[in-house]
Ligand binder design. Structure first.
Ligand SMILES: NC(=O)c1ccc[n+]([C@@H]2O[C@H](COP(=O)([O-])OP(=O)(O)OC[C@H]3O[C@@H](n4cnc5c(N)ncnc54)[C@H](O)[C@@H]3O)[C@@H](O)[C@H]2O)c1
Length: 366
């Protein structure tokens, strides 16, 4: 696979929604290193300044704002030629706290975001869906052609956004949908509510790794590979990716296998305690299509992610990992942030009805 920097850059300014999140705060500094101008739109729900290391970079603009604010999108997207859409309420329990709120962020504002991007001349739109859209599959290889059977609202709306984006595809507006596995590893905005990260945190902090069940499989992807995928997604030719959907994952492991790996890093005195569970849901994903068609192959293992996290713990980069709620999306949203998000959004001034019209009709709208 060719290195991103060796490939021709097509875009100058990238609009990254959710750029201050777990994935975004690893991705954004890399985009800057590659020479892109970057505009981040985020509500900074979980961390006030995860981009501190690059905050003064001349090519970075950070906008604290809400994805549902269409006037803001109309002001800020023009001038950007690519969008990477990461912002959302990003797990099942957080979504279920207030399903209407979750829908307003994860689905209702998606079509306006896409339309505003098209009107602003954005050439490429990259959408982070999720491998959870498949639900539970009997098939050993969970490939992109299998039917989507989302089990939760979070996954259902991820799948529905895919349909919206596919319908908006047109010449000059290239779309790429990815269905990532569960991401793992260190980030300046760390999530400790994701499988590998949870088990590592418990092992480091309590010397005990609690596993419910153990034989359930989980698909995993190192955060460096996740960021690398996004960097590549700005470099592939339109014809390679337009209208395509890719699983982005690497190693599928049973929970007990992950726990064993964590223990192998932290020492045999670390205890694994298994508790029986009724929740035997197993998830896997197969990312062969991505390798076959685009030559993209993750390089970093789950073991690398565990080692990186342990090193970050030792360097004091993950203080108060059990008590600081900023590591846990659900706990943050169980606090006052929820009421902030629930506040009514400004009504879109002129945009609403125009969406229902064709482009030609729209040009007649005052
Ligand atoms: N992390 C994973 O394991 C994983 C797996 C599959 C898919 N994904 C997808 O990748 C994307 C990034 O995931 P992540 O782990 O970085 O999530 P995250 O929760 O860390 O980041 C999401 C960011 O979106 C912001 N945000 C939420 N609502 C907003 C709003 N209304 N307006 C503006 N900003 C808002 C939050 O402040 C946060 O910084 C998400 O779309 C997620 O569904 C993640």
């Amino acid at each position: 696979m060719e290195k991103p920097s060796a490939m021709q850059k097509k875009f100058k300014q990238v609009f990254v929604t959710g750029g201050a999140g777990y994935v975004g705060s690893v991705l954004v500094p890399k985009l800057l290193v590659e020479g892109y101008k970057v505009k981040v739109l985020d509500l900074y729900l979980y961390h006030d300044n995860p981009l501190a290391a690059v905050a003064d970079h001349p090519n970075l603009t950070q906008i604290r704002g809400d994805l549902r604010d269409q006037a803001l999108l109309e002001r800020e997207i023009p001038g950007c030629d690519a969008v990477i859409h990461l912002a959302c309420v990003s797990n099942d329990p957080s979504f279920e706290l207030d399903p209407n709120l979750g829908k307003s962020i994860n689905f209702d504002c998606f079509e306006p975001l896409v339309d505003i991007s098209i009107d602003a001349g954005v050439k490429r739109f990259i959408y982070a869906s999720s491998s959870s859209v498949y639900g539970i599959k009997e098939e050993e290889n969970v490939t992109e052609d299998l039917a989507l059977e989302p089990l939760t609202d979070y996954s259902k709306y991820k799948a529905l956004c895919e349909d919206v984006l596919m319908a908006k595809r047109r010449p000059g507006f290239t779309t790429l949908i990815l269905r990532p596995a569960t991401v793992c590893g260190y980030s300046p905005r760390l999530r400790l509510d994701l499988t590998v990260n949870i088990l590592t945190n418990h092992a480091v902090t309590n010397r005990v790794i609690k596993v419910f069940g153990g034989t359930q499989q989980r698909p995993n992807l190192h955060i460096e590979d996740m960021a690398s995928f996004y960097l590549h997604s700005l470099l592939w030719e339109d014809k390679q990716i337009d209208g395509k959907i890719y699983n982005v994952g690497y190693q599928n492991y049973k929970l007990l296998e992950i726990a064993d790996m964590v223990r192998s890093v932290l020492g045999e005195d670390c205890k694994i305690v298994t508790t029986p569970t009724d929740d035997n849901r197993s998830y896997r994903v197969c990312s062969e299509k991505l390798k076959r068609e685009l030559g993209f192959e993750p390089k970093h293992t789950v073991l690398d992610a565990i080692n990186d996290l342990v090193a970050a713990f030792r360097d004091g980069k993950i203080p108060n990992s059990m008590t600081d709620i900023g590591y846990y999306n659900l706990k943050v949203l169980q606090g006052p942030k929820l009421a902030e998000l629930q506040r009514p959004q400004p009504e879109p001034a002129v945009r609403g009805p125009a969406f229902l019209r064709t482009a030609a009709q729209r040009s007649n709208v005052a």
